[in-house]
Ligand binder design. Structure first.
Ligand code: ADP
Ligand code: G6P
Length: 483
């Protein structure tokens, strides 16, 4: 059996240049954080972008970039700043991302961006083909590379190709508005197996294939005439043991040892006074419902004034896609909202919202997950949401309450969380109160069930499941061909 070639737009490592040297940090986002452990453990190479434009890398540092990437089993694809502008900020993040998350009002249909999307997908296809050997399996990831399966298939008709979509696939009524809907579907159908986080996304995709391309669908198989292509749901898991063990390690540190983040938060002072901590952790993205979450928290303090001075919201937002206007506007809106609520409610002893606009090292994330009483996760739309799963995995004493939007793919597996509709303010506010007052036995009962599920369907199991199904699909294809 050959190797697996993983290909996604972004590599799990992010390279920056500072003082004529390289700085390497882990990429943020569910795809990179989730898939990393599969990549580290198996025989695979990962092709993708380092986050830098090729013009930004001085000639003398180019070999070093290759070397750094290689040391982590990665092969970088060069993107020019024009490609980044039109393919990444353009078609990927101003067309597909908003459309697939039902933000029609943010969706731009720009022919130049579409051209760049096609060209860059071809560039990624060339990078894969260059590394492809007999017996290899190709696993393509996410919405930036929807054309890739067919481009690879055209050159290498017999190769085994899997595709996984990490974001929602929208309903046919939304998808059909895309001027390039046929090309996108044909691109995806170059794969042998297409994976989605939920059954609903899978059905939306199959219905679009049927209505737009008129292929027959038999349960979850598309009959393309010369080939059968399968679609199925595989809810992505997390590296459960990694989160669990890190949390256990964290807990075993002597209590007198205050961690960095706890120092910053004056943690012990607040906790000894009985102040409850609510955390909110995401990339700064309009799909995550961050602005409404802050408004709801403000409304909570107004509706239940007994909680003033007794609860704190710690908000962590990682900068993301900062060249797209909607992200810039959202940043401004969040800054203003945090300022307004802190201005309205803060006292000499208490600031209701502590807001960090930055990425955090893994240990600090664990610190936050384990130090809080409630996780407030309220996306308007989210393909999966791994933060919700990470939070539950780190609760080693089984306490803590997860408030989760029903619009996140993760809600389908985490039904013991307090599920909310992110547009229903009253419901969010009352869930916050319920969460803060939930008896410990109830917290434990709910969390234990979710933990069992997350442990069983970890990211390792997810990847294995996908790969097994992919091999079965291609085995069937090859066997039928010889009959
Ligand atoms: P998305 O893929 O849309 O960003 P997910 O919740 O699925 O959303 O994944 C986000 C990932 O990024 C998680 O694994 C989480 O631990 C990580 N992450 C989120 N916020 C931060 C942060 N401020 N610093 C470091 N990592 C973060
Ligand atoms: C989501 C997407 C990933 C993407 C990540 C971070 O998780 O599904 O494909 O890599 O967000 O976004 P970025 O634009 O920084 O790659």
């Amino acid at each position: 059996m050959g190797k697996t070639i993983i290909i996604s737009n972004r590599l799990p490592l992010q390279i920056n240049i500072s003082e004529n040297d390289l700085e390497v940090s882990p990429s943020v986002g569910g795809l990179a954080t989730g898939l990393k452990s599969f990549h580290q453990e198996g025989d695979s190479i990962w092709i993708g972008w380092t986050g830098l434009a090729s013009e930004e890398i001085p000639e003398n540092l180019k070999p070093k970039v290759l070397e750094k990437a290689k040391s982590q089993g990665c092969i970088p694809v060069d993107l020019t700043s024009e490609e980044i502008e039109k393919f990444y900020y353009g078609f990927s993040n101003r067309t597909i991302w908003p459309l697939f998350h039902y933000f029609m009002e943010y969706t731009e249909f720009d022919a130049e961006h579409w051209e760049a999307y096609k060209q860059v997908n071809q560039k990624y296809a060339d990078a894969v083909i260059e590394k492809l050997e007999d017996g290899d399996t190709v696993w393509v990831h996410d919405y930036q590379l929807l054309l890739l399966p067919a481009l690879i298939r055209k050159e290498k008709p017999k190769v085994t190709i899997g595709f996984f979509n990490h974001i929602p696939f929208p309903s046919y009524e939304v998808f059909r508005t895309l001027p390039w809907r046929e090309e996108i579907l044909r691109g995806m159908l170059g794969a042998d197996l297409l994976g989605f986080h939920t059954y609903d996304y899978e059905r939306h995709f199959l219905r679009s294939v049927n209505r737009i391309l008129h292929y027959d669908i038999n349960f979850n198989a598309v009959n393309k005439g010369n080939r059968i292509v399968k679609a199925d749901s595989f809810p992505m898991g997390i590296d459960y043991n990694k989160f669990r063990n890190s949390a256990l390690e964290h807990k075993s540190q002597p209590k007198s040892e205050t961690t960095d983040i706890q120092k910053k938060l004056d943690y012990h002072k607040y906790v000894s006074k009985g102040t409850k901590l609510i955390i909110s952790i995401d990339r700064l993205d309009y799909t995550k419902g961050i602005a409404n979450r802050i408004r709801a928290f403000g409304y909570f303090l107004e509706k239940y004034p007994e909680y003033q001075e007794n609860v704190r919201l710690i908000m962590l937002a990682v900068p993301s896609r900062t060249n797209v206007p909607q992200y810039q506007l959202l940043k401004k809106e969040i800054d203003e909202l945090v300022g307004r609520i802190n201005g309205k409610f803060a006292t000499v002893n208490w600031t209701p919202i502590w807001y960090f606009y930055r990425s955090m090292p893994f240990d600090n994330l664990i610190d936050l997950y384990t130090s809080s009483d409630v996780a407030l996760i309220t996306p308007v739309r989210d393909g999966m949401n791994l933060v919700a799963k990470e939070y539950i995995a780190t609760r080693t004493d089984n306490t803590g309450v997860l408030i989760l939007s029903e619009m996140a793919g993760a809600a389908q597996e985490l039904s013991e969380a307090l599920l909310i509709n992110p547009n229903n303010f009253e419901q969010i506010v009352d869930s916050i109160k319920y969460a803060l007052e939930m008896p410990e036995e109830e917290q434990i009962r709910r969390n234990k069930i979710m933990q069992k599920r997350l442990r069983r369907y970890s990211v390792e199991k997810w990847a294995k499941d996908f790969m097994t199904n992919l091999r079965e699909t291609t085995w069937t294809r090859k066997t039928f061909r010889t009959l």
